[in-house]
Design a protein around this ligand. Structure first.
Ligand SMILES: [Zn+2]
Length: 280
C-alpha cells in the first residue's frame, strides 16, 4: 500500500516538472533592429529561426531582429522534460529615414581599386569578430549610452553620400567634441582594436557574450588593448573624426552575430547631460 502511494507521488512530480510553467520570459523590443534578452529554465534548449542559441547555465539568452526582419519569427523552446513550446514572435516593422550627406571626400564614397583591398581586409576582421559565440553572458550587466551628445545619425537610414546611394546606416551617430570620453556600453572583452580602418578609422569592438557585440568608430584615441576585460562604463577611447567622417562623432553599432541591431533600442532614451552647478 505504502509503495503504491510513493509511486503516485513520483508520477505527479514528473507531470508537474513537465508542465510549461513560467518557461519563457522575454525582455526587449520585438521590432526590426531590436534586441531581446530571454530567460528560460536552466537546461532548456532555445532555437530561434532554426538556429540553436546559446543559453547560460542560469537560463539567459540573447536574440536579435535585423533591419529588414520578417513580420514573424519562430522561437522554439525545448524543456528538459522533453516538452517543446513553439512561440511565434510578432516583429514590428519600421520605416527608415533617408539620410543625405554631402561634402565627403570622393575617395571615401567611391574608393579606388587600391582602397578596395583595404576595405575587404577591414571587413574580414570585423566579420571574424562577429562570429564569436562567447559562453559568458557579459550582457547581464545591462547597457548604457557610450557617449552623450547630439544624435546626428539614426539606425537603418538609407544613405545617399555625395548624391550616390550607399548601404543603410547600421548604427547610431553621436556628435560631440573631439576628445569626449567613450565608455563601454556593457561588460565584455575587447576583441578588436584597429588604428586605421578605411571607413571607420580608429575602431574598437567589444564582445558582450552569446554573439552580442558593440563597435565604436571614428575614435581619436583608443585606451584599451585587444583581450582587455572591460566593465560597463569603463573609458575605452575618445571621440574623433578618423575614417569616413565630416565632423567628430562616435559611430556606435550593436550586432547579434552578423545581424545589425539598433543601439538606441538596446539602451532606451539618452540621459540628459548633467548641468554643471556653479558654486557661489
Ligand atoms: Zn555612423
Amino acid at each position: 500500500m505504502k509503495r503504491w502511494r510513493l509511486f503516485l507521488v513520483f508520477n505527479c512530480l514528473w507531470v508537474l516538472a513537465a508542465l510549461p510553467v513560467q518557461a519563457l520570459e522575454l525582455n526587449g523590443s520585438l521590432i526590426q533592429g531590436g534586441l531581446v534578452i530571454g530567460r528560460v529554465d536552466p537546461g532548456t534548449k532555445v532555437i530561434f529561426q532554426d538556429r540553436l542559441v546559446r543559453v547560460s547555465p542560469d537560463g539567459l539568452f540573447a536574440i536579435g531582429f535585423g533591419r529588414n526582419a520578417a513580420k514573424e519569427a519562430v522561437l522554439k523552446i525545448k524543456r528538459p522534460g522533453g516538452i517543446v513550446m513553439r512561440e511565434i514572435l510578432d516583429v514590428k516593422p519600421r520605416r527608415y529615414k533617408i539620410s543625405r550627406i554631402d561634402g565627403l571626400p570622393s575617395r571615401k564614397v567611391t574608393p579606388r581599386p587600391a582602397d578596395i583591398k583595404r576595405i575587404r581586409a577591414d571587413s574580414r576582421l570585423i566579420k571574424e569578430s562577429r562570429r564569436r559565440d562567447t559562453p559568458k553572458a557579459y550582457f547581464r550587466s545591462r547597457f548604457m549610452w557610450p557617449a552623450i551628445g547630439r544624435i546626428s545619425g539614426v539606425f537603418g537610414s538609407q544613405r545617399i553620400l555625395n548624391g550616390k546611394p550607399r548601404r543603410p546606416h547600421v548604427g547610431v551617430d553621436i556628435a560631440a567634441p573631439k576628445g569626449t570620453p567613450v565608455r563601454a556600453m556593457a561588460d565584455g572583452i575587447v576583441t578588436l582594436v584597429h588604428q586605421n580602418m578605411f571607413f571607420t578609422g580608429k575602431t574598437l569592438m567589444i564582445d558582450h557574450g552569446h554573439g552580442l557585440q558593440s563597435v565604436y568608430a571614428h575614435l581619436s584615441e583608443i585606451s584599451v588593448k585587444e583581450g582587455t576585460a572591460v566593465r560597463k562604463g569603463d573609458l575605452i577611447g575618445r571621440i574623433g573624426a578618423t575614417g569616413r567622417a565630416t565632423a567628430p562623432h562616435l559611430h556606435w553599432g550593436v550586432s547579434w552575430f552578423a545581424t545589425h541591431l539598433d543601439p538606441a533600442l538596446v539602451v532606451g532614451p539618452m540621459p540628459r547631460k548633467k548641468k554643471s552647478v556653479k558654486k557661489k
